[in-house]
Design a protein around this ligand. Structure first.
Ligand SMILES: [Mg+2]
Length: 364
């Protein structure tokens, strides 16, 4: 095997304003964006890494180009464990979470893309998997929609072949449980009994109200209830779990194996939803997955389905992927050939590494 040496690292920032101003229980989405990184080797291969942002994309790009990128020059892309540890400690005083961790995640993903390309293996196979087809659920249903728009989007998801859908709860900032209950009833009546239905409160409630809502909507057969309380309120998440038999999804705001450990030891999660483009890349996510397996939890990562498809395919406890309708346009622009789910199934391309090709015309 020819040895590759990293020669160049560059990052591009894509940001697109959200005109219609989608809103969930706790925030308005003003911008969606990605930071795309390219790591070039002396043998002419390019590894692609990606992370995303609503706020602070410029800081991610700066962190990659000015601080992490130069540390990669001259390195062998197979040294992922070594490089991860080095970058983690390099920035640990300012960056064990948040934007700098999004940057570190993108760097690590690019190295794994390179490893796959050098080995001429799709990443899911390099990780030990063999499933080419991964279930994916549709995700949207903002709290800023009126009831008709909410039901219309749910029906559109079903029309497009999705077997599972996830919609937001927490209208009026989480202060109107009666309205949330009505909205869930209307959706369940519209989609019928056979579609999986999840809800996401985006940190809206305190645990008492979250339990009240869970008990109200239990009859609508909820597959899981996501982020009922503030993501860091691990005791609140535990109280929620003790108050309902609807499984709890959380983790999209957690970073590293340490974040996973705290959720797990706090008995605060059933579906672990950590996000590889934030939580530390593939290197760290493999450890997170191992922890989730040791506690017999489901692994159901947040968004970024084109990266996560490899991990959900390879992980024995991989449940399904999330496809955020909000990101469909930007994903289609950034990548030439990102696979689109059919009948609620994403098929992983038969290409080495991530199997994705950047649309360099668009990036220019
Ligand atoms: Mg969520």
């Amino acid at each position: 095997m020819i040895r590759h040496v990293i020669r160049e690292v560059r990052a591009d920032l894509i940001a697109s304003p959200v005109q219609t101003g989608f809103q969930d229980a706790t925030r308005k989405v003003e911008t969606v964006g990605m930071c795309v990184i390219r790591v070039n080797t002396d043998q002419g291969l390019t590894g692609i890494g990606v992370t995303y942002h609503e706020v602070g994309g410029e800081a991610i790009k700066e962190m990659i180009e000015r601080y992490y990128g130069p540390k990669l020059i001259g390195r062998d892309p197979f040294e992922t464990e070594e490089i991860w540890e080095e970058l983690f400690h390099y920035a640990r005083g300012v960056g064990r979470k948040g934007l700098s961790f999004c940057a570190l995640s993108a760097v690590d993903i690019a190295l794994w893309d390179l490893k796959g390309k050098i080995m001429d293996l799709p990443l899911y196979r390099l990780l030990g998997g063999n499933k080419k087809k991964v279930p994916v659920y549709a995700s949207g249903g903002w709290t800023s929609y009126d009831d008709d728009a909410l039901v219309a989007e749910a029906l559109e998801m079903v029309r497009r072949g999705y077997k599972m859908i996830k919609l937001k709860v927490g209208v009026e900032g989480g202060r109107n449980i009666r309205r949330d209950t009505q909205r869930c009833r209307k959706v369940r009546e519209a989609i019928g009994p056979d579609i999986g239905f999840m809800v996401d409160a985006n940190n809206a409630f305190h645990s008492g109200d979250a339990v009240r809502l869970a008990n109200e909507i239990r009859e609508y057969d909820i597959l899981f209830f996501e982020e009922p309380v503030f993501a860091d309120d691990i005791p609140g998440l535990r109280r929620f779990r003790q108050g309902t038999d609807i499984p709890l999804g959380t983790g999209e705001h957690e970073y590293t194996r340490y974040g996973a450990r705290d959720l797990i030891l706090g008995e605060a999660v059933d579906y672990l939803q950590m996000d590889v483009t934030r939580c530390g890349g593939i290197t760290e996510m493999l450890k997170v997955i191992a922890l989730s397996q040791a506690w017999n939890l489901a692994f159901a990562p947040h968004a970024m389905e084109h990266i996560h498809m490899h991990l959900v395919s390879a992980a024995a406890n991989g449940a399904f992927l999330e496809r955020l309708f909000l990101f469909e346009d930007i994903t289609a622009m950034v990548f030439k050939d990102a696979p689109v789910p059919e009948e609620g199934i994403l098929t992983i391309p038969d290409k080495p590494g991530l199997g994705l090709e950047l649309n360099s015309e668009f990036l220019r």
